[in-house]
Ligand binder design. Structure first.
Ligand code: NDP
Ligand code: A1CAB
Length: 274
């Protein structure tokens, strides 16, 4: 890559839900000069004809002279074992392998690609699709400062980024922010069902649950106040919210369920490394 963090040449391996969302962000931000996409299902229709995007069937089918600055690995962890060895010819000091796969460790990538591989392991989440993702990333020892800046720009094109040194934290990160959007969507489903159980028509209950969770999320996003203070601002003494929170904040309320759920996801992330 030449000239700072703009105009990078990218190779995206896997253009599904996460890879596709990130690609949209790169194209919108201008951080990429060209993205070659290797995707079993082919290039999404919306990208056909885009001069900054090309489809390839594999790493041996890239545009002439195309040496990627970053190979973004966005296939399922279960597919990685069969897909990754084909990318060994691209290993070199000028190419970063940026993985978003759950569980797959830096040691795994170094073993499979070779010791010389430059690797960033990261964990984004699906709000990346609207530029509101949260990604945590950890580099291996071969990543240069320029390459860190480039990966930061790529990840920042779809939301916020936190860099960490301790790779072991990526398992609970995956459990909290990687999988977390699913917990929030489940909360909407559960609130709507609970509203129905209390007498609301189904469509009104879902409309209220969806608007309440997305509105509260945006309030949290825009307000400098801690979440606990925003909660207290809703809670009148001896009022309706207090009655609900007495249930949700009881010893057997929401906290133990969430703690167990996030522990289960953390364990599963560790298992995916095996
Ligand atoms: N979804 C999420 O919320 C998050 C996912 N991740 C990680 O992102 C990665 C992708 O997940 P997600 O986007 O949800 O999955 P998807 O299944 O939506 O995307 C993966 C894509 O890769 C394609 N594919 C399969 N094999 C190959 C191959 N050999 N070469 C190129 N493309 C291939 C798949 O095609 P086909 O369907 O035909 O197999 C699919 O379109 C995973 O590793 C996951 O752990 C990380 C954070 C959040
Ligand atoms: O469920 C999964 O394994 C992936 C990783 C985080 C979100 N989705």
């Amino acid at each position: 890559m030449s000239g700072g963090t703009s105009g990078a040449k990218l190779l995206l391996v896997g253009c599904g839900k996460m890879g596709g969302a990130m690609l949209d962000g790169w194209l919108a931000s201008g951080v990429a000069s060209h993205v070659a996409v290797i995707e079993r299902a082919g290039l999404p229709d919306a990208l056909v004809g885009n001069p900054k995007v090309s489809a390839a069937t594999g790493p041996g089918d890239l545009p002439a002279g195309f040496v990627p600055d970053v190979v973004v690995l966005a296939v399922k962890p279960q597919v990685m074992d069969s897909a990754l060895p084909d990318y060994r010819p691209l290993v070199g000091p000028g190419t970063v392998f940026l993985s978003i796969a759950a569980g797959k460790t830096i040691a795994y990538f170094e073993q499979t690609l070779g010791e010389g591989a430059v690797v960033v392991r990261s964990m984004p989440n699906t709000p990346a699709a609207i530029g509101r993702g949260m990604t945590v990333a950890v580099p291996n020892a071969r990543v240069t400062a320029d390459q860190t800046a480039l990966c930061d720009a790529l990840l920042r094109a779809v939301g916020d980024v936190a860099w960490i040194d301790d790779e072991a934290l990526l398992d609970p990160v995956t459990a909290l922010s990687g999988s977390g959007p699913a917990y929030v969507f489940l909360l909407v489903e559960a609130m709507a069902k609970a509203g129905e159980a209390s007498g609301l028509p189904a469509d009104l209950a879902m409309r209220l649950a969806r608007a309440t969770v997305s509105g509260a999320g945006e309030l949290l996003n825009q307000s400098p106040q801690p979440a606990a203070d925003l909660r207290k601002a809703v809670t009148s003494p001896n009022g309706t919210t207090q009655a609900a929170l007495d249930v949700l904040m009881a010893e057997d309320g929401l906290q133990p369920v969430l703690t167990a759920a996030i522990a289960a996801a953390t364990r599963r992330s560790r298992e995916l490394a095996q």
